[in-house]
Design a protein around this ligand. Structure first.
Ligand SMILES: O=P(O)(O)OC[C@H]1O[C@H](OP(=O)(O)OP(=O)(O)O)[C@H](O)[C@@H]1O
Ligand code: HPA
Length: 183
């Protein structure tokens, strides 16, 4: 069903704000200092996982005060759905990955299949090291084996949107993390 503007406004009105802008900024500052401690002398290649990683990547790299390069991977598992399926690779980085230290940035670590597949692929490309960062870690026991190296904050097992994450394609632009009513 196509959402009308009234439907979307109602979803937002009724949603719970789980992480506000102030808390998000604190989490991003902390992640940036941890990342800087590990990568400041490594001239890393930062890979944004599109689309959800767009806003977190912009927010993190403006906090990193050392030389880095930026590229992106476009991989999606959820599309417009709220349940994940197999990973669909839409675009690979154009920058050479060989002997590079890589920092992958995404919005959310949910079950972990997206980041796990990206890390596995990067490790086969002759990279020197691969670090991963997500603003949100969703708390539940349906995870893959990996854990991101840098996590902003942990959030309950509900359907989330905002700060990169979408509800049916909308709300990525919100400056907070929201949970759908009843989820
Ligand atoms: O840990 P997982 O269970 O694999 O889920 C996390 C992934 O799901 C979302 O992407 P999505 O496939 O919805 O595409 P999008 O980035 O375009 O929203 C999110 O941006 C992560 O990449
Ligand atoms: O809770 C979520 N919300 C939006 N996108 C997502 N991708 C994985 N989990 C989520």
């Amino acid at each position: 069903m196509t959402n009308t503007i009234n439907d979307l406004n109602k979803i937002l009105d009724e949603a719970d704000c789980l992480v506000d802008e102030v808390k998000l900024n604190e989490a991003l500052d902390k992640m940036a200092s941890q990342i800087s401690a590990d990568l400041a002398d490594k001239m890393p290649l930062v890979l944004c996982v599109m689309n959800g990683g767009l806003i977190p990547t912009a927010a993190l790299i403006e906090r990193l005060h050392f030389p880095l390069e930026l590229d992106y991977i476009h991989a999606t598992r959820y599309g417009m759905e709220t349940e994940g399926a197999s990973l669909n690779w839409l675009s690979y980085p154009q920058t050479s990955l060989k002997n590079r230290h890589i920092l992958v940035i995404d919005d959310i670590f949910d079950q972990g299949h997206t980041l796990q597949a990206i890390v596995n692929w990067l490790e086969q490309q002759g990279t020197s090291s691969v670090y991963t960062a997500t603003v949100i870690n969703k708390l539940h026991d349906r995870k893959t084996n990996m854990t991101p190296d840098y996590i902003g904050t942990e959030v309950a097992d509900r359907f989330l949107f905002g700060y990169g994450m979408d509800y049916k394609g909308f709300f990525r632009n919100l400056k907070g993390i929201y949970a759908i009513k009843g989820s």
